[in-house]
Ligand binder design. Structure first.
Ligand code: S3P
Length: 429
């Protein structure tokens, strides 16, 4: 599906957003591992989270109720999971494939994980290497570095593991396997990645010893189901924060958004550029910070530098940041972001390609890009490359470019944010 987004005269109004994708995945996984009923409020309904839901159903969980407001899951708990009868398909979802590699490594049965063409190209050795070190038997293409992978799990032992890449998916896979393992599992991360798994574990009453970049879990803890409230997705909110910043005459209020500090790098970067963003009504729900974001059109924006240490806090928002940088005076330099090449598309390539098609002055780097802002963008047609975040990034571009923007293959937004266009329409004046 090709869409055309025309220039907006202004965006005004108050919105709430579907639940955070990362937290929804974790809530479903914990609902499977816990004994009894877990009631998940404001879960994200999307292709990625449906993939995780299908995994937990194949492993023995049952859905008691499913409505837009809540999903109630019941399970016999992590010691009573059932061997899946068929291959488990994570579709486009890296989080599903990687986190379940950890869960299934702990289970004393056979399972196979596959994914769509994009996911089959993405690296898996980052999880299979530590999981095999814990004792799981894993087979797959290119020495278990590409899907499909077959896992024969059980009898794990705790390990000490230093993460070679700052990745929450890898950290979470090891922590989940650590729940099943004998003894302690300790993970060391030099650059902190999102910590939703640690917070969700705490919410379920699981003890973690966290000191600086070291996270230790003692195997064998068991827990029961409970209520989990999912905050609005900060990554989805970022599209509206960007839109409110670059579209004139805008004021958008986004309520009940997750504000976990490992995720708010995009807000920090935009504030440094000169954006008008305010946070109100901050509070903590289920160990996660939540609040209201108010964004108004920026009076002027200037270029900034993003370096390696900041990348994990805005990893999924870098394409969007590059777009905003086109509307800022001066250079924005993004480095230390080579990890973007391993996402749903090679996001350094797909971002530079789209920005160039719109007339931006952008120079690719092996680990990032340089955007020379302030040049008027012209309309045009861009490719989403089947990547939801690229598709939404360029739709936001269309709102602020005189001639508008065509985005091809836009249907991929269903991966994380099926209601994106509907929410955007509601804000147009
Ligand atoms: C995610 C972690 C990030 C992020 C992805 C979701 C998660 O990946 O890009 O969209 O839910 O743990 P990495 O931690 O592998 O960088």
């Amino acid at each position: 599906m090709k869409i055309w987004v025309k220039k907006a005269k202004g965006l005004k109004g108050e919105i709430t957003l579907p639940g955070d994708k990362s937290i929804t995945h974790r809530a479903y996984i914990m609902a499977l591992l816990a004994r009894g009923k877990t009631c998940i409020k404001n879960p994200l309904k999307s292709d990625d989270t449906d993939a995780t839901l299908n995994f937990i159903l194949s492993l023995g969980a049952k859905i008691e109720k499913r409505s837009p407001e809540e999903t109630i899951v019941s399970s016999e708990g992590m010691d009573n999971l059932t061997e899946p009868k068929d291959v488990l398909n994570a579709m486009n979802s890296g989080t599903t494939a990687r986190l379940f590699s950890g869960v299934l490594s702990g289970c004393p049965f056979f399972s196979v994980i596959t994914g769509d063409d994009s996911l089959k190209r993405r690296p898996m050795e980052r999880v299979t290497v530590p999981l095999m070190e814990m004792g799981a038997k894993i087979y797959g293409r290119k020495n278990a570095s590409l899907l499909p992978i077959a896992i024969s799990g059980g009898n794990l032992k705790g390990i000490h593991y230093k993460l070679p890449v700052p990745s929450a998916q890898v950290k979470s896979a090891i922590l989940l396997a650590g729940l099943f393992a004998d003894g302690d599992t300790e993970i060391e991360e030099t650059i902190k990645s999102r910590d939703h798994t640690e917070r969700m574990f705490k919410h379920f009453g699981i003890n973690l010893d966290i000191q600086g970049g070291r996270i230790k879990i003692h195997g064998g803890e068991r827990f029961s189901g409970r209520e989990v409230v999912i905050p609005g997705d900060i990554s989805s909110a970022s599209f509206f924060i960007a839109a409110g910043t670059v579209v004139e005459n805008s004021e958008i209020i986004i309520k009940d958004v997750g504000l976990n500090e490992t995720r708010t790098g995009f807000i920090k970067a935009l504030l440094e550029m000169g954006a008008e963003i305010k946070i109100e009504n901050e509070r903590v729900i289920n160990e996660e910070k939540v609040g209201t974001i108010i964004v108004r059109s920026a009076k002027s924006l200037k270029g900034i530098s993003i370096s390696k240490e900041m990348v994990p806090t805005l990893i999924d928002e870098i394409p969007l940041l590059a777009l905003v940088a086109c509307f800022a005076e001066g250079e924005t330099i993004i480095t230390g972001a080579e990890e973007l090449r391993k996402k749903e598309s090679d996001r350094l390539h797909t971002t530079v390609d789209g920005l160039k098609r719109l007339g931006a002055d952008v120079e690719p780097l092996p680990d990032g890009m340089i955007i020379r802002g302030g040049k008027r963008l012209k309309g045009g047609e861009v490719e989403s490359y089947g990547d939801h975040r690229i598709a939404m990034t360029f739709a936001i571009g269309g709102l602020a470019i005189e001639e508008g923007v065509y985005v091809n293959d836009f249907e991929c937004v269903s991966v994380s944010f099926p209601e994106f266009l509907e929410k955007l329409e509601a804000l147009k004046k």
